[in-house]
Write a protein that binds this ligand. Structure first.
Ligand SMILES: [Zn+2]
Length: 288
């Protein structure tokens, strides 16, 4: 198995080339040499079954691994019990969507910790995920891989450690490490390879090497404030904010990791995913 690279959602280049249908995406991505794609259901799971199955066939033929980003309004740690338990429905919908699209990974935001303590938020998120896994198993979706994501705002749940602890609920879960979010939440802590190394060590210590090896990655530069964390996603051309991909690629290549790298740059995510792939490949070759 090799690392995979692709964009989150449709990029500006795809639209500027006159493409209109999602069915044109697999060809567009494979022409760029990319082999992963994250389907965005951030604003709800509205998926046309016939279209999804056609997309799945094309993606499969082009060896593109598809993942789904579940709705942003999911609230794993919500204090309103009814709303919190609605997350189970939304995640079941997301599981159905990813299966139709021919993939298995569903990314989910870890939750909020703005009105409650982090430990209470963790308790609620753990409860929601445990119930979700039981529901997915009973509905025949036991092969679906839930990927809780590290978050970028200071008052959100989802530090690297919290995400790994959520993944300890079930060995099928895989962490989604959004390095832009980590950097934004920690006011720019990711700079050198040793910063990344410490983070990868944390994941390995909590989840083991096998899960670290196949982790799901979101990567983009993100503007942030010291106090609040994440503000907005940028492109690789931006020089005011990090993080930089090169030292991460170096650490991943050194450890023989094969993550799925999803680029979330604003508009230039496919082009920047190509850059990430080339960067990673050149390290692999120089390492021999
Ligand atoms: Zn996300």
């Amino acid at each position: 198995m090799n690392a995979r690279f692709g964009p989150a959602g449709t990029c500006n280049d795809f639209l500027a080339a006159g493409n209109k249908s999602s069915l044109q995406l697999p060809g567009f991505l494979s022409d760029l040499g990319l082999n992963a794609f994250e389907w965005q259901c951030g604003h709800g799971v509205n998926i046309n079954e016939k279209n999804a199955l056609a997309f799945s066939e094309l993606a499969h033929a082009a060896d593109i691994q598809v993942s789904v980003h579940s709705p942003y309004y999911i609230s794993l740690s919500g204090t309103d019990e009814t709303k919190r338990l609605k997350s189970l429905d939304y995640l079941l919908q997301s599981a159905r969507a990813v299966r139709l699209l021919g993939g298995r990974r569903v990314v989910v935001h870890s939750g909020s910790a703005s009105k409650i303590s982090r430990s209470k938020a963790m308790e609620l998120a753990e409860d929601t995920l445990t119930k979700t896994i039981a529901l997915l198993d009973s509905e025949g979706y036991d092969d679906i891989v839930l990927c809780p994501e590290t978050m970028g705002k200071v008052n959100q749940l989802g530090t690297v450690e919290e995400v790994c602890r959520l993944c300890q609920i079930d060995e099928r879960m895989v962490p989604c490490i959004d390095f832009g979010h980590v950097n934004a939440m920690t006011a720019g802590s990711l700079k050198t390879s040793s910063d990344y190394a410490a983070l990868l060590d944390t994941i390995e210590n909590l989840l083991g090497y096998d899960r670290l090896k196949i982790m799901h990655v979101h990567f983009s530069k993100i503007a942030y404030t010291e106090k609040g964390g994440e503000q907005r996603h940028l492109t690789f051309e931006d020089t005011d904010f990090g993080p930089f991909f090169e030292p991460l690629a170096e650490e991943c290549a050194k450890r023989n990791l094969t993550p799925v790298f999803i680029c979330e740059s604003a508009g230039s995510q496919s082009r920047n995913a190509v850059y990430m792939m080339q960067c990673f490949d050149s390290l692999g070759k120089s390492a021999g």
